[in-house]
Design a protein around this ligand. Sequence first.
Ligand code: ZN
Length: 154
Amino acid sequence: MAIRDIVKDGDPILRKKCRPVEVFDEKLGKLLDDMRETMNKADGVGLAGPQVGILRQVVVIEVGDFYVELINPEILETSGEQIGVEGCLSVEGKNCYVARPNFVKVKYCDRYGKQMLLECEGLPARAVFHETDHLQGVLFYDKEYKGKVNRKKL
Ligand code: ZN
């Protein structure tokens, strides 16, 4: 495994749309291992392909004991709402509130190309939305929530 450089905001690669992964090979496995290590070293909870300069639909998410690799993710269902603070390993020194659905059901492939389904809510769901946005060239502050926030509810 190896630590990769994290692409920083201002680099146009973060604004490009990613193509699906077509080949599930050792190179993909190595990329995912590197992404996980890079995310852990940077103390993040998620990392998407463009953040390491790869314009492919690959995401790693790790929230506590929950770890998942999403390849070619497709959101099937969402429900509810959560308003919380987000930041990004590519965007230094900026955090803001973002409203996201509380629940997500997502179809994806694992690193071997097997079709999988994931349902989650709360923080892992927030990470799914944040990271899948990266695959579309969208950054969290594009969606800054400007309404009133009741801090007790967070
Ligand atoms: Zn991010």
